[in-house]
Ligand binder design. Structure first.
Ligand code: FES
Length: 317
């Protein structure tokens, strides 16, 4: 379960919009970086040991190296601030690319709906689809100064600026309605949670098949009301330690209190740092990291957010 890491250096930094910088990363040993497809992301380990996932967003025709883009968040928990403090020439560890947000090969039309910094994977998709398939990109931002990649996207993008929540919902409803008779259309969305929820609502309201919506989240969704926040018993098999996990207390907190070492970073179920092997028991997945196949297998879980549906969970920790 150890992730392959690659040492990269920053070859260039580009200001893409207000508070958004992109970073061009190349392998320090000069080797070619692993191939990737639009929608992929890498985990970046920052100099302060924080890990963050960033979508790859290379410019069109940019094949050597990876580009990621980061918005400096006013409420930064350390990730975006540390990224914006980086200089050209500094080195970082990154994971190999992982793609949980792939283009749909069965689609005849791709409708990309970006909210704010959620543009990054959709920008890569738009570039990948150029000249190959019908594609439209809608980009929602408060102000044009906050829109990244505009100089590269040109007239490929429809920019929606300054809309309040109600206006955004109406615009999304109109967009979906426009495609209501085109069942081979696939929608993609990435952005803040309320924006993505509005996209989903627009599709459901239009009775558009929800399985034709693909999305990428920055953080795990808050658990739905009624999720199993029960107490259960945990066994850390490798450490030979057992404990009770009370309702509302994360497994990693119990592990820490027992002296069981589980590496963590985001503690939001998005970075994969705490990925753990399940030996027994049924995990209740609350993360935004595992693929559907990994969830269904029941063999892996992210104990920073996920829990257990039964009475006992055994982890290989
Ligand atoms: Fe990031 Fe658990 S610490 S997924």
């Amino acid at each position: 379960m150890t992730q392959q890491t690659i040492k990269v250096s920053i070859r260039g930094i580009r200001i893409e919009a207000e508070h958004i910088r992109s970073f061009e990363l190349v392998a320090t040993d000069g080797a070619a970086l692993p191939a990737w497809q639009a929608g992929a992301h890498v985990q970046v380990t920052l100099p302060n040991s924080i890990q963050r996932a960033y979508s790859l967003c290379n410019h069109l025709g940019e094949h050597s190296g990876y580009r990621i883009a980061v918005k400096l968040e006013a409420q930064s928990r350390g990730g975006s601030r540390a990224m914006h403090a980086l200089q050209v020439g500094q080195t970082l560890q990154i994971s190999a690319p992982r793609n949980l947000f792939e283009l749909d090969p069965s689609a005849q039309r791709h409708v990309l709906l970006a909210g704010g910094i959620g543009i990054t994977p959709l920008y890569a998709m738009c570039n990948a689809l150029q000249g190959m398939a019908a594609c439209e990109l809608h980009y929602f931002v408060r102000h044009p100064d906050q829109a990244a990649f505009l100089d590269r996207l040109g007239d490929q993008v429809v920019l929606h600026t300054g809309l309040d929540a109600a206006h955004t919902e109406r615009t999304l409803a109109d967009l979906v309605a426009h495609h209501a008779d085109a069942p081979r259309t696939t929608f993609y969305t990435c952005g803040p949670s309320p924006f993505m929820a509005a996209v989903e609502t627009a599709l459901r309201t239009a009775k558009f098949p929800i399985e034709r919506l693909r999305s990428e989240r920055f953080s795990a969704e808050p658990p739905a009301p009624g999720y199993r926040n029960n107490a259960f018993h945990i066994v850390f098999a490798k450490s030979g330690i057992e404990a009770d996990v009370p309702p509302g207390i994360p497994i990693i907190q119990v592990a820490r209190e027992c002296g069981v070492d589980i590496p963590t970073s985001c503690e939001q179920g998005v970075c994969g740092a705490c990925l753990s092997e399940v030996l027994e028991g049924a995990p209740d997945h609350l993360d935004a990291y595992l693929s559907d196949a990994e969830r269904t297998s029941g063999k892996l879980m992210l104990p920073c957010v996920s829990r257990c549906t039964g009475k006992t969970l055994v982890l290989n920790r």
